[in-house]
Write a protein that binds this ligand. Structure first.
Ligand code: GTP
Length: 296
């Protein structure tokens, strides 16, 4: 879900995750499709990794823009709505659905509570100073995108970049100038990436971009464009022009890898490439190559 999707979230009924294994993943789940499957299985739309939940537990079927049927698909432990076991039920605004140890609240299209949850969600996921996603959301989404890329055999690229000599820049021009430079970097990047890319602040002056459906070669081209735009466009701050450059590490998911923690692997690969870019003199893009690991 990107920021635009979050803004549109009130136009659909939704499920609020009140409690459970998916709570950390997506607090507000938009019901914007005709059929939405719920269960433990890998291919489920709402996947609940919990043993008390059947692989194929339940189904939400849209009847019209604001009405959904909840159908229990012969689950082992059943589905409850407002504490009563159900097989098929027409959901009403504010109904509470229990599946395994998870509780969801169904909110109809125009329920004002949606805006409240949406605001909470934005707070949880955004870096307030720069108005891009924060590290917590980055880690959550990277896990999710890796699962999607594997399931549908899609490309997935990851960029990590960092402002060069930023300590010196702060020392020379002051922290407020440094903040303005970070905002300039963010604005430049936002104009060059796709809506489906996920741009996050990883920490301080370090950023990440998750690029679904993007090969490492394509990601390299985007990274190079961003690097060059930032290098060529100094920031105007209080009648001074401040030049800044960035170094970028690029990597992509290798579908042959079976590592347990692919998320950490991808991050460490992009980090190694970024480190190489710094070592090689900064203001450059380096693509991760396995042999880089042995040089570190
Ligand atoms: N102005 C400003 N500075 C920040 C912010 N976040 C981190 N910094 C500063 O960024 C600097 C990062 O310094 P280092 O990690 O030493 O890296 P660097 O000076 O950029 O050097 P290289 O990364 O090796 O090119 C530190 O001085 C931080 O205080 C921020 O939000 N605003």
């Amino acid at each position: 879900m990107n920021i635009d999707e979050l803004e549109n979230a009130t136009q659909h009924p939704c499920l609020i995750v009140l409690k459970g294994s998916v709570a950390d993943l997506r607090t507000l789940i938009r019901l914007d499709r005709n059929l939405i499957s719920i269960g433990r299985g890998d291919a489920m739309d709402i996947q609940i990794p919990e043993i008390a939940v059947s692989r194929n537990h339940a189904l939400l079927q849209r009847l019209n823009a604001n009405q959904f049927l909840l159908i229990d698909t012969n689950s082992s432990n059943g589905t409850l709505v407002n504490n009563k076991p159900v097989t098929t039920v027409l959901l009403e605004d504010q109904d509470v659905i229990a599946i395994g140890n998870n509780l969801f609240k169904f909110l109809a299209q125009n329920n004002p509570e949606q805006a409240h949850y949406q605001a909470l969600l934005e707070k949880m996921h955004l870096d307030h100073a720069l108005q891009i996603y924060n590290k917590h959301y980055f880690l959550t989404k990277l896990d999710e995108e890796i699962v999607n890329a594997y399931r549908y055999n899609h490309f997935l690229a990851l960029l990590i970049f960092d402002a060069d000599h930023f300590k010196r820049l702060n020392d020379n021009y002051g922290h407020l100038a440094g903040d303005a430079v970070l905002m300039h970097i963010v604005e430049t990047v936002k104009k060059r990436i796709r809506k489906t890319d996920l741009f996050c602040r990883y920490g301080g002056e370090e950023f990440t971009i998750i690029m679904p459906h993007t090969s490492e070669q394509q990601a390299f081209v985007v990274a190079e464009t961003i690097r060059s735009l930032i290098a060529k466009n100094p920031v105007e701050y209080e009648n001074q022009l401040i030049s800044v450059t960035i170094s970028i590490g690029v990597t992509a998911l290798n579908h042959h890898y079976q590592a347990n923690n692919l998320r950490d692997l991808l991050i460490s690969q992009a980090d190694s490439a970024l480190y190489q870019a710094k070592q090689a003199g900064r203001n450059q893009v380096i693509m991760f190559e396995p042999k880089l690991e042995t040089q570190l």
